[in-house]
Design a binder for this molecule. Structure first.
Ligand SMILES: [Zn+2]
Length: 431
């Protein structure tokens, strides 16, 4: 790394570096060096001069996870109204509380989620929620990357909400930070065709990405077919919401023509296995989607329907569900699951993270592999995906900034956020 200012560079040396590249390269031991927010070196330990070197010993450096779908502030509603079906869960439990949320609630809830994600090695998240300005403030405070959009649904004020989303995206693009805006129509059952057309037109005119829940439940599919005579994917395609920059959350109930439409449009799908299982919504056809050329990423969905923002849990479930659905344990490997959580989600969001390679964003995490549940390290990919937990993560680095340093969040007061979250959740939810 001859042209790098070595005093400004940071490096980590560990017994394992899982690069997450297409060839599945693993260095044992390995070193990763970054400066100016970009990876400068990946390979065997070179131990050249740097401003700071982290010596991890028995541990793993890996590409930071990208959480491709969620509603971060719903962490305040964690554990409330569990064990219910999607529609009654939304209409009887979640929406009445959400009507009372303030921007301050959303900012604190998003910081709570950010703390949880940072401790789990997440470097960025995709969001859809209310009060996007509050989500932006929390994301910027946390140091995480984020795609932020107000959930757009029908009713009075929908047009103004679209205009506000466009203005926020333009403002964030002008700022050039780690947080960007997008258009987030909620779902086919909450977005009427005129609003869908307005969003599609705005996305095209301003070059914005779209984030939408599609083909999540059987009930949704039935509703859309009864109303529009097509599947949710078909509906989205016909109203112009399926573009090369569309990120579809869930994609569980898909026909072969749906998968072909997704592939043709260039839209990506974010698989949310925990949420799908918990709400009894079935198994997304991940293998068929990838085989058709669709980019598939991984997401937690909101903490109210997932309870934990844990990419390790999502990777394990993604692998196990595909093995179970196909009856073939070789059909979907640890490496496949890691790809979804890193490169897959990053590609879906248009980010340059998800792989440890020279020139890419320095978005990475480091976990200790010195604990009973991760020793020995017979196969590093297996250990990372099937055995590692958020509690093992010691460092999370976003754009070269060490945001979790030896287990401590450096960007905000985690204890204060926990206390404030408890107070606000108590006030919001009936006991
Ligand atoms: Zn969702």
């Amino acid at each position: 790394m001859p042209e790098v200012n070595r005093a400004a560079a940071t490096s980590v040396v560990a017994s394992h570096v899982v690069t997450g590249d297409e060839a599945g390269t693993v260095w044992t031991p390995g070193e990763v060096v970054w400066a100016d927010g970009v990876i400068q070196y990946v390979g065997p330990p070179a131990r050249g001069p740097v401003g700071r070197r982290i010596e991890m010993g028995e541990g793993v450096v890996f590409p930071g996870f990208v959480n491709g779908h969620g509603h971060a502030a719903m962490s305040l509603l964690r554990g409330f109204a569990d064990d219910s079906r999607l529609m009654p869960w939304l209409t009887e439990h979640i929406w009445p509380i959400e009507n009372r949320l303030t921007p301050e609630d959303v900012e604190v809830g998003t910081l709570l989620a950010a703390a949880e994600m940072l401790h789990a090695g997440v470097v960025g998240f995709a969001d859809m929620y209310y009060f996007p300005g509050a989500v932006v403030r929390a994301a910027e405070t946390s140091g995480l990357r984020a795609m932020v959009g107000r959930g757009l649904a029908g009713g009075a004020g929908a047009q103004a909400a679209v205009e506000e989303a466009v203005a926020l995206a333009a403002e964030l693009a002008g700022r050039g930070g780690r947080v960007a805006g997008w258009l987030a129509p909620h779902a086919p059952y909450t977005v009427e065709p005129p609003l869908a057309a307005m969003i599609a037109e705005a996305a095209q005119r301003h070059g914005l990405a779209i984030h939408i829940h599609l083909a999540e439940s059987e009930e949704e599919g039935q509703q859309v077919r009864d109303r529009a005579g097509v599947s949710p994917i078909g509906w989205a395609d016909e109203v112009g919401l399926l573009t090369g920059r569309t990120v579809v959350a869930h994609g569980v109930y898909l026909t072969e023509p749906d998968i072909a439409r997704l592939a043709r449009s260039g839209a990506a799908v974010i698989h949310c296995p925990t949420s799908n299982l918990k709400l009894g919504n079935g198994v997304a056809p991940v293998i068929a989607l990838e085989r058709a050329g669709v980019t598939v990423g991984l997401g937690t969905d909101g903490p109210a329907s997932t309870n934990r923002l844990d990419p390790f849990q999502e990777m394990r479930l993604a692998a196990w569900l595909q093995k179970s659905a196909t009856g073939d344990p070789a059909a979907f490997s640890a490496r496949d699951a890691l790809r979804l959580a890193t490169r897959g989600s990053a590609r879906a969001l248009g980010w340059d993270s998800g792989v440890l390679a020279v020139g890419h964003w320095a978005d990475l995490a480091v976990a200790s592999w010195w604990a009973p549940h991760v020793v020995p390290h017979a196969d590093p990919l297996s250990t990372l995906v099937y055995a590692t937990t958020p509690g093992d993560v010691r460092y999370t680095v976003v754009g070269g900034q060490v945001v979790v340093d030896d287990g401590v969040i450096t960007t905000f007061d985690e204890g204060a956020v926990l206390r404030e979250s408890m107070n606000r959740a108590r006030a919001l939810t009936p006991s």
